[in-house]
Design a protein around this ligand. Structure first.
Ligand SMILES: [Zn+2]
Length: 211
């Protein structure tokens, strides 16, 4: 057998084992989810966000609209707005972003914004002062019920994930979130992505904790 044939077979086997045992990873940059009231303030009453690109999670999309985050120590421009609109505005940044802005970065699950810091969000024409809602998203894996069964994990469970990359590492305290409306992807922020040398296509393997 020729070497390149053997190589292509090995590549295919590795790919299939990865698909079976691993989850694909995506890195999320800083972004904003806006409430109806805050969309009205920032862009005008009744304004509809314009979809630019679908995201991996069904129904979620990046919008053309960009905003500026203004904190006590710094500002960040061209921050993407994700749709659809939410019940309450939520700003997701990395711990590094929080340092630049001069706000306390609290690691929280999406939606858990009780006690989180506020921030100013500005559009080209107006601004809103959030009283709360800035979080550093806790790393998590969205999973379909089928994949959760395959990996033997349940909604709300935390696991470790070994990342296969140029700087492999094991992430601890990774939240499992299961819903039929999800697509299976692990989400990390840019601090975590840089820490593990993430590139597009990086995969992770779930390691169940012994404790
Ligand atoms: Zn996510």
């Amino acid at each position: 057998m020729k070497n390149d044939l053997i190589e292509s077979i090995v590549d295919e086997v590795v790919k299939r084992v990865n698909e079976e045992m691993c989850v694909p990873i995506e890195a999320s940059g800083k972004h904003v989810h806006l409430s109806r009231a805050d969309i009205d303030t920032l862009f005008g009453p009744g304004y509809e966000l314009s979809k630019m690109k679908d995201l991996s999670q069904p129904g979620q999309y990046a919008c053309k609209e960009r905003v500026t985050l203004i904190g006590p120590k710094g500002a960040m421009h061209y921050v993407v707005v994700l749709g659809p609109e939410r019940k309450e505005t939520q700003v997701e940044v990395s711990l590094t972003d929080a340092v630049v802005l001069g706000v306390k970065g609290l690691v929280k699950e999406s939606g858990q914004i009780e006690g989180t810091p506020g921030i100013v969000i500005a559009s080209a024409t107006n601004m809103v002062q959030l009283q709360r809602g800035l979080i550093v998203a806790k790393r998590h894996i969205h999973m379909t019920p089928e994949d959760a069964a395959k990996h033997n994990v349940a909604n709300g469970e935390t696991v470790q994930v070994k990342v296969f990359s140029s700087r492999p590492l094991i992430f601890d305290d990774v939240m499992i979130r299961v819903s039929p409306s999800y697509a299976t992807f692990m989400h990390i922020d840019y601090d975590e992505a840089n820490a593990c040398g993430f590139t597009k296509g990086t995969m992770g393997k779930i390691l169940k904790k012994s404790t």
